[in-house]
Design a binder for this molecule. Structure first.
Ligand code: F0G
Length: 421
């Protein structure tokens, strides 16, 4: 069972109060010496650890939710390769809230980041670490958004970038981003999990620096989603949210949010009882995390065949499961699977409030609706749904879910006639 306690003493290997710890065997490593993504001893997942953990008072560099780097006290550096990222809106959605039947519903729209997804938060830190280590090529496997973000941040840093995508299964907007930002795009005749297998092999052979969420520094940047939600919600609602509902693919975000909360509890900034219940949502056609939660497993079993309209979370082997499953369990959360139809309905619901998201993002709202209907989420709860990517990422899905254009003649009277029909 993974050890996610944060009370270990600072090891010899630490550099300026920062080190890496294996969550399985406890081995520690210097953070920026040599390149490793998992434990040299046992292959377990690594976590970034700090000698000093911040309280909210240490986040004072700018206004609440101004940017990722407001939270530098919780990060390994004071600044990164920035576009800038973070500071996303926490929307009110009053009609959806009433319809859903919860006390409060807010939507944290990560689609408002520079490349249109939360991945930017991870890349501003991850690419800064790549600079620190001194690498000449960055790489990732991706269902699309990671590749878009890495391409932009790699370009910003002036480092060559390689992305491996599952052929035919990445939404148009995301491929366009990687293309224009100048990444080399390799379309693999296999699914995302196979792309990740291959890029890990390339990284192991020293061909590139891996910036998937297996890289523990990525998750440091993504912690700031949790920090922003807590600060924004508390400032506007006078309390912390009871629950955060988020879509799950590789389970990096679930792991990152849980780490943010563990660190605040360890520093004494957050009471254990105020930690929001982490609630993960997957598509029915790719739901290994839901299976693991339902069956009480400590890790997921790889699904070889996965399918969903929410291509961003079309993932059968969530590599961060050993970090994320305890996060869901220890916070009192749960995981739920939703159908493609429920995802599209939720995408329309959000759009009707003016919030445009891609299908994977709408899974959070679809999951909340299902859990509310089942009575798992109660009427008196204050909930934040995370929407992870922008509508324009997947224009085909948006057009499919939305209304069709109506052809009309080039004539005002004919247009009026058409409208009257
Ligand atoms: N939502 C969107 C829009 C995503 O792009 C992803 C992951 C997730 C949710 C799931 O997040 O992996 O942290 O559980 N996309 C990755 C990619 C896999 O390659 O862009 P997770």
């Amino acid at each position: 069972m993974a050890n996610l306690q944060l009370d270990e003493p600072e090891p010899e290997a630490a550099d300026d109060g920062v080190w890496l710890t294996c969550i399985e065997c406890g081995e520690t490593f210097a953070p920026f010496e040599g390149i490793r993504y998992t434990c040299d001893e046992c292959g377990g997942l690594l976590e970034v650890r700090y000698a000093d953990l911040p309280t909210f008072e240490d986040f004072d560099s700018a206004a609440i939710a101004d940017s990722v780097w407001r939270y530098d006290a919780a990060l390994p550096f004071e600044a990164g390769v920035s576009l800038p990222e973070g500071g996303t809106p926490l929307h009110e959605v009053p009609r959806l809230e009433a319809d859903m039947g919860v006390d409060r519903l807010r939507v944290k729209h990560e689609g408002m980041n520079p490349t249109g997804s939360f991945k930017d938060r991870g890349m501003t830190v991850g690419v800064r670490v790549a600079e620190e280590i001194g690498v000449d090529r960055l790489a990732c496997a991706s269902t699309g958004n990671t590749s878009a973000a890495l391409s932009a941040y790699g370009a910003r840093a002036g480092i060559e970038t390689l992305v491996l995508l599952p052929a035919g299964k990445v939404a148009a907007g995301k491929v366009a981003q990687a293309s224009l930002h100048g990444a080399r795009i390799l379309e693999v005749d296999g699914n995302f999990d196979r792309c990740l297998d291959i890029v890990q092999n390339l990284a192991d052979r020293g061909e590139a620096y891996l910036l998937n969420s297996l890289n523990p520094f990525r998750l440091e940047g993504q912690k700031t989603i949790g920090l922003e939600i807590l600060e924004q919600f508390h400032a506007e609602e006078g309390a912390y949210p009871d629950r955060i509902v988020l879509p799950v693919g590789n389970a990096g975000n679930t792991a990152a949010l849980y780490k943010a909360f563990r660190e605040l509890v360890e520093s004494g900034a957050l009471d254990e009882s105020d930690v929001p219940k982490l609630t993960g949502v997957q598509a029915e056609g790719s739901a290994p995390m839901v299976e693991a939660i339902e069956k009480g497993w400590e890790d997921t079993k790889r699904w070889e065949d996965v399918e969903t309209i929410a291509t961003a979370i079309r993932i059968g082997n969530p590599v961060n499961a050993p970090k994320a499953l305890p996060g869901i369990r220890e916070t009192g959360g749960t995981a739920v699977a939703v159908s493609d139809e429920q995802i599209t309905a939720a995408q329309r619901d959000l759009a009707s409030e003016g919030v445009g998201v891609e299908p994977a993002s709408a899974a959070s709202v679809a999951g909340l609706r299902k859990l509310r209907r089942e009575g798992v989420v109660e009427a008196d709860e204050q909930v934040v749904c995370l929407t992870t990517g922008h509508l324009l990422k997947d224009p085909d899905a948006a057009a499919e879910a939305g209304s069709d254009p109506e052809p009309v003649p080039d004539d005002t009277d004919a247009v009026l006639e058409h409208l009257a029909e």
